[in-house]
Design a protein around this ligand. Structure first.
Ligand code: PBG
Length: 341
């Protein structure tokens, strides 16, 4: 019998997972996921009839950009290595159905044309919805105090054909109407746009985390969106929405918001072979940003941790308001990004 004369106790274990965590080099070699700038989509808020950028109070560091400054901003983003943007219009031409979205000279169409002429290689994925263009703030036309599914779908098709004519590469319908993806696919194909892809907001939950966005686009929502957006208690139903979108012809499926719904993303990853996207929404951005401003969280580390979490859960693409910041960090310290050590 051996006496334990050594002061180090012997646990008798052979599996020591800490061995692969001993140095930054080995940690990097066994790292399973990382985030690259090419994975990110940058949302932009563009307002018509505005002379200078307006800071968005709920989204520190972000502004509503005047339409006249959009081309310059796109060139700046391109120089930073951002490849893909998602424009949101802040409309001064609202009505009860959001008809500005299917006008050839409407804000949506103009934004897309401006981006494409400033930088033809910049990929443009406009949000396809009505809430930024309706007086009541809902995502479609209202009949009997509820959003009218089929009328809204017909209007979405008009909006999509208009966006495709303006040069959009991909469309991101977000109004959560039943059958919207199938109708949009058929409408685009009939109009000769069979190369324009659909990034479906498949599992979009009615969420408190959209708060800063609604303020940013000055959406005066009357009521709430619970008759069309998903109930956050329902994971199986979210998967049904996504699988239906795939059957209707979606090219990419998205889960939104991101952080509270990583389980949905991970389950969806095992049920489809399509690429997946996650949307880190305005309230998630604000939570990190405001905590960083209070000095209680490290912004860069928190951003990399959340974005890597989306990748780990199964996202290929991530829509995030941090995309420009990510590009700036990378520019400042290319050898350390996206890895913090
Ligand atoms: C509207 C739309 C919303 C967001 C994107 N598109 C708001 C909503 O549904 O109320 C939210 C995005 C964000 O919070 O960052 N269809």
């Amino acid at each position: 019998m051996e006496s334990s004369s050594s002061s180090t106790p012997q646990l008798g274990i052979t599996q020591r997972l800490r061995r692969l965590r001993t140095t930054p080099i080995i940690r990097t070699m066994v790292r399973e996921h990382d985030v690259q700038l090419r994975d990110l989509v940058y949302p932009l808020f563009i307002e018509e009839n505005l002379s200078s950028p307006v800071p968005i109070t709920g989204l520190p560091g972000l502004t509503r950009l005047p339409e006249s400054k959009l081309a310059d901003e796109i060139r700046t983003l391109d120089a930073l290595g951002i490849r893909c943007v998602m424009p949101f219009g802040v409309s001064h031409h609202k009505d009860d159905i959001g008809s500005d979205t299917w006008q050839r000279d409407g804000l949506l169409s103009r934004m897309i044309r401006t981006i494409k002429s400033a930088c033809p290689d910049m990929m443009v994925i406009p949000d396809i919805c009505f809430c930024e263009y309706t007086t009541h703030g809902h995502c479609g036309a209202i009949t009997d105090q509820d959003v009218d599914n089929d009328q809204t779908v017909a209007n979405l098709v008009k909006q999509c054909v208009n966006a495709a004519e303006a040069g959009a590469d991909m469309l991101a319908p977000s109004s959560m109407m039943d059958g919207q993806v199938g109708a949009i696919r058929r409408g685009l194909d009939a109009a000769g746009f069979n190369k324009v892809a659909i990034l479906a907001h498949s599992a979009k939950f009615a969420s408190a985390f959209y708060g800063p966005f609604r303020q940013a686009v000055e959406c005066e929502l009357q009521g709430d969106r619970r008759t069309y957006q998903l109930d956050y208690a329902n994971g199986r139903q979210a998967l049904s929405e996504a699988i239906l979108d795939e059957q209707e012809g979606a090219d990419i499926l998205m889960v939104k918001p991101g952080t509270p719904y990583l389980d949905v993303l991970a389950q969806l990853r095992s049920q489809t072979r399509l690429p997946l996207a996650a949307y880190q929404v305005s309230g998630e951005y604000a939570a990190i940003k405001c905590s960083a401003q209070m000095g209680i969280i490290n912004e860069q580390e928190a951003v990399l941790e959340t974005l890597t979490g989306f990748k780990r859960a199964g996202a290929d693409l991530i829509v995030t308001y941090f995309a420009k910041q990510f590009a700036l960090w990378q520019q400042a310290a290319p050898s350390t990004m996206p890895i913090t050590e």
